[in-house]
Design a protein around this ligand. Structure first.
Ligand code: B12
Ligand code: SF4
Length: 503
């Protein structure tokens, strides 16, 4: 099989120059870094600039007065993070896939006199590994501990570990500093979060990590709507784990979003279709796409993972409910579960085509440290290594039951190849002819244009290039909504949207 194209800038982190000797330390300046990670050439490069992570902008929002804060995302391909003026504090977010890069950055800044604070999911699951690379670790929720850390730096009383609790009232947190994000760098800067936690606790999900205690919490619907309004973009992406966890809250949120006349997408579980009237409210509030973790078409796999979900035999009917309300579906599928055999790849893609999912993402089953899945794989001696950079869901890091790791990786690559083929894109087109042109534009621009994405990212053109298309989709959707208001469903009519459904 031919390897897909990937330029060096998307494979390798920018070089940190060992000869640089920065000037004096700026005593009340903090630099926040989202480290580089290698991109999967099988998937769309566009997903990485759809919408930014809220990890660092959230803590930036809690920076005490008198401190200056700067933000650098290495994935925007503008080189290594800045060193002039040289920051007193460097805060780095750490996920397992880019832990090695985070440690490299930490060493570079520490070696030149900065105080380095590491936080994020990987610090929570592997604090002992992260500790030697930092002056302080922020374990768990960061918004409340970030100001404390900066005050302790000033007072010279920094402790090696700070622990933040996810039990504190979520609605009291300050809004994220979206103004720090380069607006031209993303399709939209309006990443937004309304809820925390999930009613499920699937064994492979990071939410099942031992050290993570995240009770379900929601923010006031009006507060969320106000944040979206303040960012002034036509498209918002909810980054909640599952925006549909509490249907009555989702209803309230939709009521608050409706007057904004924006479009939005979100991750939900397929049981959101239990009550089609909620789906209708989502559509009327501007929802153009949902990202749904179908995970597997085999019920035994869902049972093993402890996922409380409708049976796969009912998935297609439920997808139709979403389509009937003009909502595109981006399905997420995990490959390599214990009941998966060599036919899982072709069967999954065939189902996606039959159900006419506009988009899909594939993930090789990945045991995240600290989860029940990791523990059982470890006990069974099935883990192949602990090179976290390969725990990115595009590599097989464990021994599957019914195939070799190589067969799993090859099957995964084949799924993407087939899904992105002209024939598959055409087979999945919406039934309504009027929605076909925006669907084709979305498929080709988003899924088959990795060379264009690379150019857009490098030249900071993602925002300006997409903005007219997003605005066009919004206007089209407003007209669709007016028609939907007048009828119960528009089964034969699709809304048609150029923006892909979720991350
Ligand atoms: C936005 C997002 C993305 C974006 C941006 C990613 C980026 N790094 O820039 C995109 C779409 C590009 C993306 C891609 C991927 N993602 Co992603 N993504 C998310 C998502 C939906 C939201 C992240 C976020 O903003 N959270 C909200 C913030 C506020 O929470 P937080 O990050 O935990 O930060 C808090 C604390 O941890 C702490 N904190 C964090 N950092 C720091 C630093 C300091 C100094 C301090 C003091 C505190 C602190 O304070 C914050 C506020 O409380 C999460 C799911 C989720 N809802 O969290 C998945 C998630 C992070 N992604 C995940 C994965 C697997 C991926 C992919 C590998 C998937 C794939 N195969 O494509 C890719 C590649 C990324 C990679 N290699 O790491 C997993 C990670 C699992 C794990 N254990 O590591 C998650 C958890 C999704 C999931 N349910 O599995 N992702
Ligand atoms: S439903 Fe999704 S977000 Fe919720 S625990 Fe399962 S995988 Fe995680």
């Amino acid at each position: 099989m031919k390897s897909p194209w990937i330029p060096r800038a998307l494979r390798e982190a920018p070089r940190l120059d060992p000869s640089i000797r920065p000037g004096e330390v700026s005593p009340r300046r903090a630099l926040l870094i989202n480290p580089f990670y290698a991109k999967d050439p099988h998937a769309s490069f566009g997903k990485h600039v759809l919408t930014p992570s809220l990890a660092l902008t959230s803590i930036a929002g809690a920076t005490p007065e008198g401190w200056e804060v700067a933000y650098w995302d290495e994935n925007l391909l503008q080189g290594p993070p800045p060193w002039e003026p040289f920051p007193r504090v460097v805060g780095i977010t750490v996920h397992l896939t880019f832990a090695a890069r985070a440690y490299e950055l930490a060493a570079w800044y520490r070696g030149r006199g900065a105080t380095v604070v590491l936080g994020g999911l990987h610090v929570l699951s592997c604090p002992d590994e992260a500790a030697p690379h930092a002056d302080a670790l922020a374990i768990g929720e960061g918004v409340r501990i970030w100001p404390e850390i900066l005050r302790d730096v000033e007072a010279g009383t920094l402790r090696p570990v700070y622990r933040g609790s996810y039990r504190a009232p979520y609605r009291e947190e300050p809004p994220p500093r979206r103004d720090l994000i380069p607006r031209r760098g993303f399709l939209t800067t309006t990443s937004v979060i309304a809820t925390r936690g999930c009613h499920n606790r699937c064994g492979f999900c990071y939410l099942a990590t031992d050290a993570l205690q995240m009770p379900y919490q929601v923010r006031d619907a009006e507060q969320v709507a106000e944040e979206i309004r303040a960012d002034g973009q036509p498209y918002a992406v909810f980054i909640d784990n599952n925006l549909g966890s509490r249907p009555e809250y989702l209803r309230r949120l939709c009521a608050a979003l409706r007057p904004l006349e924006i479009i939005w997408s979100a991750a939900v579980t397929i049981d959101v279709t239990d009550d089609p009237s909620i789906v209708r409210e989502m559509a009327l509030a501007g929802c153009t796409g949902v990202f749904i973790g179908f995970e597997s078409l085999a019920g035994e796999n869902l049972d093993d993972a402890g996922k409380k979900s409708p049976r796969p035999a009912d998935y297609a009917r439920r997808v139709r409910i979403l389509h009937d309300h003009g909502i595109q579906v981006n399905g997420s599928f995990v490959l390599g579960f214990d009941h998966d055999r060599a036919d899982v790849f072709d069967r999954t893609v065939a189902w996606i085509e039959d159900a006419r999912l506009e988009c899909a993402t594939f993930h090789i089953l990945t045991p995240y440290p600290g989860t029940p899945l990791f523990r059982s794989m470890e006990e069974e001696g099935r883990l192949l290594h602990r090179d976290w950079s390969l725990y990115d869901t595009s590599h097989a890091v464990f021994r599957p039951r019914h195939m070799t790791p190589e067969e799993l990786e090859a099957g995964y690559a084949r799924c993407y190849e087939r899904l992105f083929s002209h024939a598959s894109i055409w087979r999945r087109r919406p039934a309504d002819r009027r929605a076909v042109p925006p669907y084709l534009a979305m498929s080709y621009l988003y899924k088959k244009s990795n060379r264009i994405w690379h150019t857009l990212i490098r030249h900071r053109l993602t925002g300006p290039a997409w903005r007219p298309l997003v605005e066009w989709s919004r206007r089209r959707h407003l007209r669709f909504r007016r028609r939907l208001e007048r009828s119960s469903i528009l089964a034969s009519e699709a809304a048609g949207c150029v923006v892909s459904a979720g991350v």
